[in-house]
Design a protein around this ligand. Structure first.
Ligand SMILES: [Fe+2]
Length: 209
């Protein structure tokens, strides 16, 4: 469990509440969730959810920007603590730099829905979020739901879904995980990634693409 970091404070709780409000209000931004990098011949889809994609760069929709920026600040603070507690982790990363990817998702899982397939967040797909550079993943649980958190395979660990809890963990196959599906209750999370390298360099590449 050494590499699963947990962060809680009143700020994360307020952020979680703001996400719940925003998600409900902005139905215009909701779309069916996409399972990235999923494969296999399962009859069931890897992931069923309703998502809102956020970009903490664009101010074209002020309300979206405000919530995206709030989340980014919270996750960046969590990342700072994660690395402070694990100095070696930063040392081994290229240029000793990591940043929170400013493109991420809010996800609503209705009762019976979930990301039920075992997966890890690192992939080699060609995507604006540069998945090859992914080092860590994060989840901010926005409501408290029994039996609806995240199961970690190798660690034999269930992370409870608790309002205002931020969890940061490696994106690699060392931390294969899946959502625990609750057939009666819904769950809302914000989730995204932390990449190796400098945010400035990433933004330059993004602007060119
Ligand atoms: Fe995941």
């Amino acid at each position: 469990m050494q590499l699963i970091g947990h962060y809680r404070n009143a700020g994360y709780e307020a952020t979680a509440d703001a996400v719940m409000d925003f998600f409900e209000r902005r139905q215009d931004l909701q779309r069916p969730g996409v399972a990235f990098g999923s494969c296999g011949n399962n009859a069931e889809p890897a992931k069923i959810s309703t998502d809102i994609s956020l970009v903490a760069l664009s101010r074209s929709d002020p309300e979206s920007f405000a919530i995206a920026d709030l989340i980014m600040r919270g996750v960046s603070a969590g990342l700072g603590q994660y690395l402070k507690d694990r100095p070696l982790f930063r040392e081994v990363c290229p240029d000793q730099e990591l940043f929170v990817m400013p493109l991420f998702n809010l996800q609503y899982y209705a009762p019976g829905e979930g990301f039920r397939q075992w997966h890890c967040d690192w992939t080699i797909g060609d995507d604006a979020t540069e998945p090859v550079h992914r080092v860590l993943a994060w989840i901010l649980y926005c409501d408290s739901v029994d039996e609806a958190g995240t199961e970690f395979h190798w660690q034999q660990h269930h992370e409870e879904a608790e309002r205002g809890k931020l969890v940061i963990f490696p994106a690699s196959p060392t931390h294969i995980h899946r959502g625990r599906v609750n057939s009666k209750l819904s769950k809302t999370i914000a989730t995204g990634w932390i990449n190796a390298g400098s945010r400035e360099d990433f933004l330059k590449r993004l602007a060119r693409s």
